[in-house]
Design a protein around this ligand. Structure first.
Ligand code: AMP
Length: 622
């Protein structure tokens, strides 16, 4: 018999959800375990496309993720970018109307209405369908206690009518709006910038279809919008279109004008372009691949990030024109800005990040997912409205890399900076000398290449490794950072299962300023660090090669001629002397020289091993 626990007596007020009702995607977040979190049901990334598909047979409309695929098959049944029509009259949106397949008219209240398969829908009603889906997704992650109270975000440039339309949409969806907040304010809240006494913040928001930049002033936790400007027709879609044009031009002769105009073909082109674009954010090269079996279209092309950057240059420049405008509207210079916040999926494009950093002369905040910050900030506001405080440090990511000290004094980074927590990673290590039965591990935090320049978090030792030749034992070292930022490092020798473990709180005793100065040092010393690390690794390599070469040198000597012996002696002597060198190029030469000079020695030894194996003798017995 099973018992089910029912949470019947619950007097706690329901939490206030934070909803980012976006032009392309919507997200919902909630304050949980001391921080705002995006609500993601199992197997779902939390992004809910703000799109609706209306089946022809007047069945229930489909909202969210499934719509994109439907759009490929039946593009005429889908509605995208409804946010553009919120609180607007027909004449305000004449240009936008071309993107909607359904006839639009104005009702007696001056509101736009779309005739969708014989039923009239206002943008509020369409947005309500999306909000219902968003609430559904939230319910899927939370079994009990989830109410209908929300904080919802709107662009800073939304006027009263647009804000009212957003409120109405929520009401139609059965939700209670506790507060409407500006998207740039929400993004700043997500980064905890409300805790600044005073200062100015630039929020650069490049989403799927729109761009805006806002300059905010903060005074004792209160945000004021000093200026906001942007381009409601500039976003990730334009970057996709620039790439899709390449494929279009390559394919036009093969497919002909008629297919090229076909909306299903164009959708396929754009979806592949988006995939390629996203690939190029993480890699220097990506594949642009389109396969449409029904039309026997197969297309494949490699695109370099540099090619894509050339195509994107004019688009990025347009965003900077708006940034200049916003600064001038606020009566400020770029140097007056204290913090820069990036919002929107398209700010993952490396060239966009670089351009923004260069423009404002400071590194933008990128510690949180740029497409999640608005919803996360709305959840922070919801938490504050429901009486909560946020005395817990926002630590959504590992702020400094975590790793182990190597034999030569370098650092092996196991979990890299900015990895979202919780996270884990495993690296395999081995012994450095024969019959070594223990390994000492030093856990290091920081970005510099040498352990001495980083912070040591702790030491521990794995004992009981069975005696084996160097390099044979396999020790798996697992780094695990839990949701509270606690790090545990476990080392396990694979053949015996022998384990050792340490637990530390990596951020303990570190102020934000100290983290920042550690990061700054890693940029300032990047070249020196790289050289020092290379030198350290080479010294270890050289010492190992000298040791290995000397192990059977005396036995092999009778088979070597005098010149070779002199050559090897000289190379090994240079190897010994190199122990105190810190010049990577010189060390590299010494290392290469040992490798070259000891080649005949290696040949003799291998020959001897082969013969001894055949004679059933060991090398030592020869
Ligand atoms: P948002 O409206 O903030 O959800 O942003 C959506 C836009 O971000 C779309 O145009 C996506 O193609 C784009 N996007 C998402 N991830 C990436 C990425 N890794 N690199 C470039 N663009 C991206």
């Amino acid at each position: 018999m099973a018992f089910i626990e029912l949470n019947v007596l619950n007097n706690e007020p329901s939490p206030i959800l934070g909803i980012d009702l976006g032009t392309t995607n919507s997200l919902v977040a909630m304050w949980k375990d001391g921080r705002p979190q995006i609500l993601k049901p199992e197997g779902h990334d939390g992004h809910i496309p703000s799109a609706i598909y209306f089946p022809e047979n007047a069945e229930q409309p489909i909202v969210g993720q499934a719509v994109r695929e439907r759009a490929l098959v039946d593009p005429t049944g889908t509605v995208f970018s409804i946010k553009r029509f919120m609180g607007r009259g027909l004449k305000d949106v004449a240009e936008e109307l071309s993107s909607v397949q359904f006839p639009a008219s104005e009702n007696e209240n001056g509101q736009i209405e779309f005739d969708i398969r014989g039923r009239m829908y206002t943008p509020q009603e369409l947005s309500a369908l999306i909000l219902m889906r968003v609430h559904d997704i939230a319910c899927k992650t939370q079994l009990a206690g989830l109410g209908r109270r929300i904080v919802i975000t709107v662009p800073a440039y939304f006027d009263d009518a647009q804000r009212q339309a957003t409120r109405d949409a929520a009401r139609l969806a059965g939700l209670e709006v506790e507060r409407i907040i500006n998207e740039p304010t929400a993004a700043s809240l997500a980064f905890g910038l409300d805790q600044m006494k005073s200062g100015t913040i630039a929020v650069y928001d490049l989403g799927g279809g729109t761009f805006d930049v806002s300059i905010l002033a903060i005074d004792d936790g209160v945000f004021r919008v000093l200026a906001t400007t942007g381009d409601t027709h500039l976003g990730g879609d334009d970057f996709d279109r620039a790439l899709a044009k390449l494929a279009h031009d390559d394919l036009i002769d093969q497919v002909g004008e008629e297919t090229a105009q076909d909306s299903a073909f164009q959708q396929a082109l754009r979806l592949s372009a988006e995939r390629t674009k996203i690939g190029l954010s993480g890699h220097l090269e990506a594949e642009y691949r389109i396969v449409i079996p029904e039309s026997s279209i197969r297309y494949h092309r490699e695109i370099k990030r540099s090619e894509f950057e050339e195509l994107s240059k004019p688009l990025i420049e347009r965003t900077l024109v708006s940034c200049r405008q916003a600064l001038s509207d606020a009566g400020l210079e770029a140097t007056d800005i204290d913090e820069v916040v990036l919002v929107g999926g398209s700010t993952r494009i490396p060239a966009v990040r670089e351009a923004v950093e260069q423009f404002f002369g400071r590194k933008p905040h990128t510690e949180l997912n740029p497409d999640e910050v608005v919803a996360l900030g709305a959840a922070v506001q919801g938490h504050i409205l429901s009486g909560g405080t946020r005395d817990i440090l926002l630590m959504d990511v590992v702020s400094l890399s975590l790793g182990l000290e190597t034999v030569g004094g370098g650092v092996d980074k196991v979990i890299v900076r900015n990895s979202p927590i919780p996270c884990q990673a495993t690296e395999t290590y081995t012994t450095n000398v024969d019959n070594q039965t223990g390994i000492k591990f030093t856990v290091i935090q920081g970005e510099r290449e040498l352990a001495g320049d980083c912070r040591t978090l702790g030491n521990f030792e794995l004992k009981g490794i069975p005696p084996m030749p160097a390099g044979l034992p396999r020790v798996a070292v697992r780094f695990q950072v839990d949701a509270n930022g606690m790090l545990s490092v476990t080392a396990k020798e694979q053949s015996t299962g022998q384990t050792a473990r340490i637990e530390v709180k990596p951020m303990h005793g570190l102020t934000d300023e100290e983290v920042e100065s550690m990061l700054k040092a890693s940029y300032d010393f990047a070249q020196d660090d790289f050289d020092n690390r290379r030198a350290a690794d080479l010294r270890v390599d050289i010492a190992r090669m000298c040791r290995a070469s000397r192990a059977h040198y005396e036995e092999a000597k009778p088979a070597l001629d005098r010149e070779t012996i002199e050559d090897i002696d000289e190379a090994l002597k240079a190897g010994d002397e190199a122990a105190s060198s810190n010049l990577p190029d010189e060390l590299q030469k010494v290392r290469d020289e040992i490798e070259r000079a000891t080649l005949p020695l290696a040949a003799v030894l291998m020959d001897a091993v082969a013969k001894s194996a055949m004679a059933g003798k060991t090398l030592d017995e020869l």
